[in-house]
Design a protein around this ligand. Structure first.
Ligand code: G6Q
Length: 542
């Protein structure tokens, strides 16, 4: 038995689960009219109704006790204080410093990092405003109208998600594209209709060594120089965001267009660092700062709100409840906003790269489940495809549902239709439809068993005023800190990603083996050898 499963709270939760696992939400609500009010909380501009979860006051009490026994608050305070809580990489975890107000002080190894954060933000703001106003022109003197972010993983998902989310706030006269995949098709499609004279590439890479990004950056340079006929054009059409300033300089990017960040910012926690340069160019520095304000409001809420009313804490604990006690393998995230189409993909990396670990702080293999699989699509689209399984399938899929009270689209009347669907889905998932109810409605006997919708499917409902920059920041921080809470309970390092390394190493071994002129002596397993040989035969056939 490990430290986690040996805690009194864990044991108590196990027996408590056995008692309430079959209790229906219909009964919980019938017995407890004050439930919706009690099991809801507000913070950082977000409202969370978590009453449609399979919990009682006792569940919450025990989950909070678990957080206490696992020292979640202590670890949170250590993170905010700049301690090196990413132990396997011996690094501080300080994305919260990226949105700390100018007058705050957060030290790493005794050095206050806040002034540096604001220095970079100011430089980004200056660059963004020159681009937006036309003050920064390309090699031929034309105004820059297209921005292409080249980056992958944490250097891509956040910027693309944020651009889509905040498009109503963006400079419509400019075009933004995102190239991540090493598949040449990604670059080709992203640049097909762009005029090189009006295009700026932002190479976003913390390490400036990532295969995909370096390949696409070299492709971009060749594309640009090919179209404009001069190497000198690179200085006017490339910017870089990286912690590896040497690498950037070697690539030939003008130091004036280079923006740094720090090793205490994890890739998947970097959309509010200089990695957000494309976001800032799109929405402007004031909106970007408003977004940082939203992040910071949620940071403060997480840092100071009592555990029982602390949104990220509650969300994280509920994840543990379903993951470890109900055996739920996945969590669905359904934003009811077309603008949040990439939010589930963003959260997938945030949560699965952070908490997809099988070894605890001490290097011991865990004997409990860690991070769930995260997936989702915006509503209402999902309702017309996979929601069937959520309603009537055999698997328990707890869902987070996200909605906004005010529309941003001029087609405002459609917003009520959207929100009606959101509320209806959570209601249907929670309460379903019984055989009795169906019969009373005149359902024919031969159909009734198939129409019964069991209900008792838990949802969290997150509501905000409107999807603006501050709300987006707060929403992202909510999940960052929920991930933190889960990781602290499971006793894992949410801030490393060693599992990503092996595939990278193996790919670099295979690359030369695919070369046309090579006569490789393959020494992989039989399947990999055969696949490489087959690929070579087909690839090089005329
Ligand atoms: C994120 C991961 C990973 C990383 C990419 C890109 O937390 O570490 O997704 O962001 O591999 O890395 P670079 O920014 O160094 O190119």
């Amino acid at each position: 038995m490990t430290a986690l499963t040996a805690t009194p709270a864990w044991k108590a939760l196990s027996s408590h689960h056995a008692q309430i696992k079959d209790v229906h939400l219909r009964k919980l609500f019938a017995d407890d009219p004050g439930r919706a009010e009690r099991f809801s909380a507000e913070g950082g501009g977000l409202f969370l109704d978590y009453s449609k979860n399979r919990i009682t006051d006792e569940t919450l009490r025990l989950l909070l006790q678990l957080a206490e026994e696992r020292g979640v608050a202590k670890r949170r305070d250590a993170m905010f204080a700049g301690e090196k809580i990413n132990a396997t990489e011996r690094r501080a975890v300080l994305h919260v410093a990226l949105r700390a107000p100018r007058d705050s002080r957060i030290a790493v190894d005794g050095v206050d990092v806040v002034p540096d954060v604001h220095k970079v933000l100011d430089a980004m703001a200056d660059f963004a405003s020159r681009l937006r106003s036309g003050g920064f022109t390309g090699h031929t003197g034309k105004r820059i109208r297209n921005v292409v972010n080249i980056g992958i993983g944490g250097s891509y998902l956040g910027p693309e998600m944020a651009y889509r989310a905040l498009r109503p706030f963006s400079e419509r006269a400019m075009t933004f594209r995102f190239v991540a995949n090493v598949d040449g098709g990604d670059f080709t499609e992203a640049t097909l209709d762009l005029n090189a004279e009006e295009t700026l590439f932002i190479v976003s890479s913390k390490t400036f060594t990532t295969l995909e990004t370096m390949t696409n950056a070299a492709t971009a340079r060749a594309w640009l120089v090919g179209k404009l006929g001069s190497d000198a054009a690179v200085a006017k059409h490339f910017a870089a965001v990286s912690t590896n300033i040497d690498g950037v300089t070697k690539f030939g990017i003008d130091p004036a267009n280079t923006f740094g960040f720090w090793d205490w910012v994890g890739g998947r926690y970097s959309m509010d660092s200089a990695i957000g340069l494309s976001t800032m160019i799109a929405i402007g520095a004031d909106n970007f700062r408003a977004m940082l304000g939203g992040f910071h409001a949620m940071d403060e809420h997480f840092r100071t709100a009592p555990a029982a009313r602390n949104l990220p804490m509650v969300l994280g604990l509920l994840t543990v409840w379903y993951n470890n006690f109900f055996g739920a393998q996945t969590i669905g995230v359904m934003p009811y906003s077309a603008h949040l189409a990439r939010f589930p993909a963003y959260l997938q990396q945030l949560q699965m790269e952070s908490n997809g670990k099988h070894v605890d702080f001490d290097g011991g293999v865990v004997d409990y489940q860690t991070g769930p699989i995260i997936w989702g699509e915006p509503g209402t689209d999902g309702q017309h495809s996979f929601y069937q399984l959520l309603h009537q399938g055999t698997k328990l899929v707890p869902c987070d549902m996200i909605g906004f009270c005010k529309p941003l689209s001029p087609l405002a009347e459609q917003h009520d239709l959207l929100m009606a669907n959101l509320f209806a889905q959570a209601e249907a998932l929670g309460f379903g439809k019984t055989e009795q109810e169906l019969k009373a409605e005149g359902s024919p006997d031969f159909q009734t068993p198939f129409r019964v919708t069991e209900g008792n499917r838990p949802t969290n409902m997150i509501l905000a005023e409107r999807l603006d920059p501050a709300t987006l920041g707060s929403l992202v921080a909510l999940y960052e800190h929920s991930v933190f809470t889960q990781g602290a309970i499971w006793g894992i390092d949410s801030y490393d990603q060693w599992g990503v390394e092996l595939g990278k190493v193996l790919a670099s071994r295979i690359i030369p083996e695919l070369d046309r002129g090579a006569e490789p002596k393959l020494s992989h397993d039989a399947s990999t050898n055969a696949l490489i040989n087959r690929y070579r035969r087909h690839r090089w056939v005329r």
